[in-house]
Design a protein around this ligand. Structure first.
Ligand code: ATP
Ligand code: MG
Length: 502
């Protein structure tokens, strides 16, 4: 038989043409190299930034780098299961996480998968993890307080729903403690909470979950954990995934509190990824876009306008400093993105002043609008009084003879400092805080021995609340101390102090 070469080549050409129709080579690639949680994939020339890739063994990857020949992807799973030559498929979607009511009470990983051993999470809704924050017109200014239950914060750096307030300080200064107390205090206040653990020990996260359960706070909370033992990509994704879960609630018109604990470890994880992806290092070896990393996350916390349902996300990011250096790269970045910061110091912590909040360096730029009138009545001069006290205190160390007025300021300041200390896991109601500050501000405890101030104050609260519950009810409901009640409170306090003197 004579072979017609022309016919054969036409046939082959036809077959290749048909083959192309059946198989879009743009959607499948092969792993060129893999290591340290990063895979370089050849052949995905249509892949998009942030697209989810499907690797063998049900491992997902996230496209982070688009290069001329390859794409660089981070692996969200065990990178040891991936090898050179593996086939990679495009998903043509960005990464999404499950969301909704069913997530409440659960502990999940950065992909939204349960890790608490309580079975599958039955939810139909999901949201993309990385979205553009609501624009200016979709928002409204902060107008409702988010009560943290920590007197010092509610008085000096009040937080409003939809605000971003940074908690910053050295290691072991009680940063996590005030955030967890704020979550515990949301019980019965219609605020859903999300706690995101980034790069922490498993044992620490387990402890926090146990404490939340103990205070019935898990019912309205989700814990998203990307612990130190997990690969860097999981740490990188965790806050975005958690924010998507919060957004689902916000768009339903609900209020959400989200705690990112902490963003320094998040930045470190991102730095590791960036360096492995061979992006050029900048200041402190962080990549140039580390500011954008946090700003695009924190911008998503906001208060929506009434037309958009009026929901809100309040963000409490946490940043760890080294030796109190708030001018380092990541601290300055996050300070400039947030609406204020709560600064905790080791000195105050070791001196027994806990929560160890530095009243001079802590600010809240928008929360004042949301502060209740009652709180404003008792807290308006607090910051100045504390500043006066600190100044006098450092000054008085030089001289021995102090005049009576100075002694009075010192004593009053000490009482104020004492009143502002608070035990962990004991957030206070707004009326309780107002009462404490009212009594301290008017100097009722100025002549009490320092060590007895706290216990006497607690006693006064119980005693006076028992005698005149209507005053506290009125403060709780109307959020203001009326003239009549102010007079009554003063009388009751005088009575109480007289009783102590006898
Ligand atoms: P890390 O840097 O390790 O994350 P942190 O700054 O988050 O630490 P915490 O873990 O909250 O600090 O607190 C450190 C220790 O101080 C804990 O043992 C905690 O129980 C204790 N602590 C925190 N706040 C108070 C408080 N108000 N009163 C008494 N002890 C407290
Ligand atoms: Mg902590």
């Amino acid at each position: 038989m004579k072979i017609n070469t022309g016919e054969i080549s036409a046939l082959i050409k036809q077959q290749i043409k048909d083959y192309k129709h059946k198989f879009d080579s743009n959607d499948v690639g092969t792993v060129v190299s893999v290591g340290d949680g990063i895979a370089i994939v050849y052949g995905l020339d249509q892949a998009m930034l942030g697209e989810l890739l499907l690797f063998p063994n049900d491992i997902y990857g996230l496209v982070m780098n688009l290069e001329r020949e390859n794409v660089g992807a981070v692996l969200l799973g065990d990178a040891n299961l991936i090898k050179e030559g593996d086939v990679v498929k495009r998903s043509k979607t960005v990464m999404r996480v499950p969301t909704g009511e069913a997530m409440l009470g659960r502990v999940v990983n950065a992909l939204g998968q349960p890790i608490d051993g309580l079975g599958e999470i039955e939810t139909k809704s999901s949201r993309p993890i990385d979205v553009i924050a609501p624009g200016v017109m979709e928002r409204k200014s902060v107008n409702t307080p988010l009560e943290t239950g920590t007197t010092m914060i509610d008085a000096i750096t009040p937080i409003g729903r939809g605000q971003r307030e940074l908690i910053i300080g050295d290691r072991q200064t009680g940063k996590t403690a005030i955030a967890v107390d704020a979550i515990i205090n949301q019980k019965g206040k219609n605020v859903l909470c999300i706690y995101v653990a980034i790069g922490q020990k498993n044992s620490t996260v387990a402890q926090i979950v146990a404490k939340l359960k103990e205070h019935d706070a898990m019912e309205y909370s989700i814990v998203v954990a990307a612990t130190a033992s997990e690969p860097a990509p999981m740490l990188y994704v965790a806050p975005y995934a958690a924010c998507a879960m919060a957004e689902e609630f916000m768009h339903q018109g609900k209020d959400v509190l989200i705690v990112y604990d902490d963003l320094s470890k998040h930045a470190v994880a991102y730095r590791a990824l960036s360096l492995l992806l061979k992006r050029s290092p900048g200041r402190e070896a962080y990549p140039g876009d580390v500011f954008y990393l946090h700003s695009r996350l924190l911008e998503r916390a906001c208060k929506l306008s009434d037309e958009n349902g009026g929901g809100s996300i309040t963000a409490l990011p946490i940043v760890e400093t080294q030796a109190g250096d708030i001018s380092a790269y990541i601290p300055t970045n996050v300070i400039s993105i947030t609406d204020g910061q709560i600064f905790l110091t080791t000195d105050l912590f070791n001196a027994g002043f806990r929560p160890a909040i530095d009243s001079g360096l802590s600010v809240s730029r928008v929360g004042g609008n949301a502060q209740t009138k009652a709180m404003k009545q008792v807290a308006k001069s607090l910051k100045i009084e504390l500043a006066n006290f600190q100044e006098m205190k450092s000054f008085s160390q030089f001289g021995s003879d102090l005049d009576k007025a100075t002694l009075q300021v010192l004593k009053h300041g000490e009482v104020l400092m004492r009143v502002l200390t608070q035990r962990q896991y004991e957030p206070k109601s707004m009326e309780h805080e107002v009462f404490d500050l009212f009594a301290a501000h008017h100097g009722y405890f100025d002549n009490v021995e320092y060590n007895k101030v706290r216990s006497l104050m607690d006693q006064a609260y119980v005693d006076i609340k028992g005698r005149a519950p209507e005053i506290f009810k009125q403060i709780e409901e109307e959020k203001v101390i009326s003239d009549a009640n102010e007079k009554k409170l003063k009388e009751l306090l005088e009575d109480f102090m007289k009783g102590q003197a006898n």
